[in-house]
Design a protein around this ligand. Structure first.
Ligand SMILES: Nc1ncnc2c1ncn2[C@@H]1O[C@H](COP(=O)(O)OP(=O)(O)OP(=O)(O)O)[C@@H](O)[C@H]1O
Ligand SMILES: [Mg+2]
Length: 376
């Protein structure tokens, strides 16, 4: 029987829980032509939320067309342009013959070339002469708008891991070019997603940067914990297995209500449960998760200098005032300015972040692992 919990993949439909308000906000933005920027720490559910909105809007209204670009593997401007063109052409029509016609008609100045495999629907891409594009990127950057107007549709361009733009050779120049084109678009809408909160909030909130106030900035929160127990017990029910309300709530809370880890833990609990979940099974499942990730966490920790390890130790032991004399002495953290540097380095490495003014682990399983291995 298939495990009813999924982690580490973009999920929609039955696997997707709540996010009603955020779905509504994104839909309203799209319908009124407002761009959105969606930011949260890793694995809190950004990509799934946008996919869910895409599925539901495309079902309701066939004139709304989504396309997705993942910047995870894009390190150069030219690759970005090539992927943008392919994604937008594909969103605007379902036939590959039309993709070619559209490209010829709307990218006249760029002489596009087409690459197709035996199954053009799934294996189609466009190559462009990079020199031409660099000199004249207008047609490409305006393609979402041109096609939207021409075909009386609304193309929604979703760009995931947007912070990777900073790896380009001239990130600021490139942002300026994007912004200059996209801010004039009336029909095409943009959703920019990313997980590097500090880079992105700066990008979107700093008046001297091109993407300042480009749209509605949504800082995605975790799903409220009270939604999870029912979801968990219904998923167990649907496969003929059982979990009590109390243990479903425990499963949701054990890893700090982290969406990815709730599904990961529930997945493990489900797979070692024959019929009915017990306290003991939950403890075994949690310990299995720690075992599965032991090597990864060990490597991550081996790469940290002693002072950063000491800081994390203090953090998982519940210290809040790092600059008190007692703490600095007990954990050997050095001076106040040293502590600031440690904190910044750990934020930079995406191990901690600041939540409501206080530092906290980003990964609740790493925190558990750390407690188990470093706290005496
Ligand atoms: N609304 C939801 N309902 C149920 N589970 C969810 C939900 N959102 C996220 N999850 C869980 O979290 C996992 C990660 O979700 P997703 O990939 O959408 O997050 P992300 O923020 O895009 O992550 P990343 O920053 O790594 O790209 C999913 O595989 C799923 O297990
Ligand atoms: Mg994602």
């Amino acid at each position: 029987m298939e495990n009813p919990f999924i982690f580490g993949k973009v999920i929609t439909g039955d696997y997707f829980l709540d996010r009603e308000k955020e779905q509504e906000r994104l839909k309203q933005n799209i319908n009124s032509g407002v761009n959105s920027m969606l930011v949260s720490p890793r694995r809190w559910g950004k990509s799934s939320l946008v996919r869910q909105v895409s599925d539901s809007m495309q079902n309701e209204d066939s004139s709304v067309k989504f396309c997705f670009i993942d910047m995870f593997n894009i390190r150069k401007e030219e690759d970005f342009y090539a992927q943008l063109v392919t994604a937008v052409l594909k969103a605007a029509s379902e036939k590959w013959e039309i993709w070619m016609d559209d490209a010829k008609q709307f990218l006249k100045g760029l002489i596009p070339r087409f690459n197709m495999g035996s199954d053009p629907l799934n294996d189609f891409s466009v190559t462009l002469d990079w020199k031409e594009v660099k000199n004249n990127p207008d047609e490409i950057l305006n393609l979402p708008e041109t096609l939207s107007i021409n075909k009386k549709i609304r193309i929604v361009v979703c760009i995931d891991e947007f912070q990777n733009l900073s790896f380009f050779d001239e990130p600021l120049e490139f942002q300026k070019i994007l912004r200059a084109h996209w801010q004039l678009h009336q029909k095409a809408v943009y959703i920019l997603l990313g997980s590097r909160r500090h880079i992105l909030t700066d990008l979107f909130n700093n008046p001297s940067l091109p993407f300042y106030r480009f749209g509605d900035l949504i800082m995605l929160e975790k799903i409220p914990i009270e939604f999870w127990p029912l979801f968990i017990s219904e998923r167990f029910d649907s496969t003929g297995k059982e979990i009590s309300d109390h243990l479903a709530a425990k499963t949701a809370g054990l890893l700090e209500n982290h969406p990815y880890y709730i599904q990961y833990l529930a997945h493990e609990i489900w797979s070692i449960t024959e019929k009915k979940v017990t306290e003991e099974v939950i403890a075994i499942a949690a310990s299995n998760l720690l075992d599965h990730n032991n090597y990864l966490f060990q490597m991550q920790t081996d790469n940290l200098p002693n002072t950063q390890v000491a800081f994390l130790k203090a953090l998982c032991e519940g210290v809040t005032s790092f600059t008190s004399m007692d703490t600095m002495k007990k954990y050997d953290l050095g001076s106040v300015s040293n502590i600031r540097r440690i904190k910044e380095a750990l934020i930079q490495k995406e191990i901690i972040d600041i939540f409501q003014g206080n530092p906290g682990f980003l990964d609740p399983l790493y925190k558990l692992w750390f407690l188990k291995n470093f706290s005496y």
